[in-house]
Design a binder for this molecule. Structure first.
Ligand code: NDP
Length: 285
């Protein structure tokens, strides 16, 4: 079975679009996502464009603030603060990576946890750690939705292995899998004999940024494999961290790259922004 994230994302987006259409009909305020882009890194520009497009596709308001490459830490933090204070803004995302002279973590810390739709603020990271409500980072949230889509909701008794331990993907994903009762192992670049660990996984998620590193002898028969990796090959095409052709006959289900986790990530950003909108509207009565 191939788990197409683009198809799943389309169905999530249909629901959100209908919800926003209802808000429009009722003349209500619409949810608004602010994206802050510093400098002119082409990859970041393209990610920001795809977020704008996604907002448009469901009728969500969006605002992109483009700032010069040489902006100071203080100036950038001031822009974030203005968005924190703007009541019409529901979600704030600072496109990473930032230019080298800027302190990324300090900028993330400046975002109001109530508008941190990327789920990277320490308050939201702490909420996830303690299994409380908060914004969940979009990629891990998308992976969990993909697992749910094939009936994997309660993961009791299952071994899950996460390849990668980044704050953005690996760590939060391991927590989410554990919160669903999986027994989780995290593997990283200092792990010895990775293959022995991955070949015991009922669920294997790869998020290492190593093109086609996961081969069939890394994978248990009948496993579910989710490929988060996005790598550009010499021929310009994208590939994942999993060697899809080598692995696909051995597994029960696998996600492709492209059309896999990527579209779910953007979709979960919209979902988090909508969640933030509803939180705010509830608070305002
Ligand atoms: P990071 O570079 O932050 O983290 C990579 C992780 O993989 C680290 O923990 C690193 O270990 C580990 N790793 C690297 N090489 C190896 C190796 N040879 N063996 C074992 N572990 C290794 O990357 P991200 O987590 O941000 O992203 C991972 C991948 O997912 C990338 O390809 C990225 O493009 C993609 N991605 C895709 C998204 C999507 O929407 N589909 C969203 C976000 C990311 P250590 O900690 O020891 O250095």
């Amino acid at each position: 079975m191939i788990i197409y994230g683009n198809e799943l994302a389309a169905s999530f987006k249909e629901k959100m679009k209908a919800e926003i259409e209802t808000l429009k009909k009722e003349n209500k305020r619409l949810p608004l996502l602010t994206v802050i882009l510093v400098g002119n890194n082409p990859a970041s520009q393209s990610y920001v464009r795809s977020k704008e497009k996604a907002c448009l596709s469901i009728g969500m308001e969006n605002k992109t603030i483009v700032l010069p490459e040489d902006i100071s830490q203080q100036e950038l933090e001031n822009v974030v603060q203005q968005q924190n204070e703007d009541d019409t803004v529901d979600g704030i995302l600072v496109q990473l990576p930032l230019p080298k002279h800027l302190n990324e973590q300090a900028v993330i810390d400046k975002i109001s946890p109530l508008k941190d739709v990327d789920g990277l603020h320490p308050v939201n990271a702490g909420a996830l750690l303690t299994n409380r409500s908060g914004f969940i980072p979009c990629t891990p949230k998308g992976v969990m939705a993909m697992l749910e889509s094939i009936g994997l909701d309660d993961l009791s008794g299952m071994n899950a292995v996460v390849l990668g331990r980044s704050n953005l993907v690996g760590k939060p994903l391991a927590l989410l899998l554990q919160n669903k009762n999986a027994t989780v192992t995290i593997v990283h670049s200092k792990t010895k004999d990775i293959k022995t660990i991955t070949s015991k996984a009922d669920i294997l998620v790869a998020a290492i940024g190593q093109p086609k590193m996961v081969k069939s002898d890394w994978v248990k028969d009948g496993a579910v494999v989710i490929d988060v990796g996005i790598n550009r090959m010499e021929n310009g095409k994208l590939c994942g961290d999993v060697d899809f052709d080598d692995v696909c006959d051995k597994v029960k289900a696998i996600s492709p790259v492209p059309k896999g986790v990527g579209p779910m990530t953007v979709c979960m950003l919209l979902e988090n922004t909508l969640e933030s909108y509803h939180n705010k509207e509830r608070k305002n009565g």
